[in-house]
Design a protein around this ligand. Structure first.
Ligand SMILES: Cc1cc2nc3c(=O)[nH]c(=O)nc-3n(C[C@H](O)[C@H](O)[C@H](O)COP(=O)(O)OP(=O)(O)OC[C@H]3O[C@@H](n4cnc5c(N)ncnc54)[C@H](O)[C@@H]3O)c2cc1C
Length: 382
């Protein structure tokens, strides 16, 4: 087998995970090629919450200061039943330089990561779709839809939920699908809109997240049975009336962008099969309720860049197994946390007073609030 390499690491997929990984590797002087099947980057806002841990890990790439300038800083996170606060998490007491949730649309995060990649001398090769990967003792041969063949020492699938790298590596992706779809809407609001606060409303009909975005709009995320493909202002209003602080107390004036998506909760059996590795949505997917998906992917990428740099510098090969062993339980933990939040939010009406009393009591215990704030900010994974 040919042991001449075109690149040390081939990164498949230029979402937030792939961009972070490629920039981190190039920053360490590692020959890296990054490709994406799409002709242009996505323009939609999707994952809007960047947590404190992500901001900490992106410092080394010099991306954090750029993100912090562009986003809304929300130091408060409340869980509410209608307008009643069940739990008030104050992130401002967390020991970090970033004691808040940063709200910023995913396309802006990706643009800032891509800007940094360009500054470092890298660039995404588009539109180039991986069709096959075959590994041997010395490396990996990757083939693309345009007929190109690339030989790399390692290939990383940062290619999202339908990852072809994961499939071709034969890595299982177990879990299940949520029965409901999620609506995602960026809307303008009047009335009792939260300021510098992310609100998670618990209601029998389902949980609903309301969060401020930098352009003055608000992000609404809610699981809905049979949601329309592009939820209208009237539809989002109905969701907020049923689940928010009370009918008419928050008013949707217009929709900037809206979408519906279905989501699974799955974690890959392993993040490594020989010279093939996976990270981000290729390795784990779950409910967007806790705002963790993109954060986990970016954090996977930073840890994996360290591991690949160690191995490429002659360090032990087991460092890549350690990447998988360290990151996989974190994804499993996030899947169970978001599942628990979803189940608690959707308890039948008769059980709600008990739930509210229990969570109200728990919320008065500083250690409970601190533990939840540490989970949501990602600081627990330091
Ligand atoms: C509509 C929508 C709303 C969402 N809302 C939220 C939210 O509110 N909160 C939240 O936390 N998360 C949300 N998410 C999930 C969040 O967007 C993902 O967690 C995040 O994008 C994962 O990043 P990634 O880089 O791992 O994968 P992706 O962003 O999926 O990127 C994968 C990339 O790989 C490329 N690719 C795929 N196959 C190939 C191939 N064979 N060859 C080359 N390239 C390939 C794709 O073109 C894509 O650019 C949402 C997702 C969607 C779709």
């Amino acid at each position: 087998m040919n042991s001449t390499y075109d690149t040390d690491v081939l990164v498949v997929g230029a979402g937030p995970t792939g961009l972070t990984l490629a920039a981190s590797l190039i920053n360490r002087g590692i020959a890296t090629t990054i490709v994406d099947a799409q002709a242009t980057a996505a323009h939609t806002s999707r994952a809007a919450a960047v947590n404190a841990r992500t901001l900490e890990v992106l410092e080394g790439l010099d991306v954090t200061r750029r993100l912090v300038k562009e986003g809304v800083h929300a130091p408060r996170f409340t869980i509410r039943d209608r307008s009643r606060v069940l739990m008030n998490l104050d992130f401002s007491g967390l020991t970090t330089d970033y004691p808040y949730t940063l709200l910023i649309p995913q396309n802006v995060t990706e643009t800032l990561l891509n800007d940094r990649l360009l500054e470092l001398g890298g660039s995404v090769v588009r539109a180039k779709s991986l069709t096959s990967v075959v590994q041997d003792d010395d490396g990996v041969t990757a083939r693309f839809d345009d007929g190109d063949v690339v030989r790399a020492r390692y290939v990383v699938g940062a290619d999202g939920i339908h990852s072809s790298v994961r499939e071709q590596a034969g890595i299982g992706f177990h879990g299940g699908a949520y029965g409901e779809s999620f609506i995602l809407a960026d809307v303008h609001l009047d009335g009792e809109k939260p300021i510098e606060e992310v609100v998670l409303f618990w209601a029998t009909a389902g949980l609903t997240v309301v969060a401020p975005l930098p352009d003055g709009s608000y992000r609404i995320v809610a699981p809905v049975v049979d949601a329309p493909e592009e939820p209208s202002a009237a539809f989002v209003q109905q969701v907020l009336d049923e689940r928010g602080p009370g009918a008419g107390r928050i008013v949707v004036t217009d929709v900037v962008w809206s979408s519906r998506f279905r989501i699974h909760h799955r974690v890959a059996d392993t993040y490594r099969a020989g010279r093939l590795l996976i990270a981000g949505d290729a390795a784990h997917v779950h409910s967007p309720a806790g705002g963790q998906g993109m954060n986990l992917g970016i954090q996977d990428a930073v840890v994996l860049a360290d591991a690949l740099a160690t191995v490429l510098a002659g360090g032990p090969d087991t460092t890549l197994d350690e990447y998988s062993a360290a990151r996989r339980p974190i994804a499993s933990g996030v899947v169970s946390l978001t599942d628990r939040l979803t189940r608690l939010a959707t308890l039948p009406r008769g059980l709600r007073p008990i739930r509210n009393a229990a969570i109200g009591m728990a919320g008065r215990v500083p250690a409970v609030r601190q533990a939840l704030a540490m989970r949501l900010s990602g600081l627990v994974y330091r």
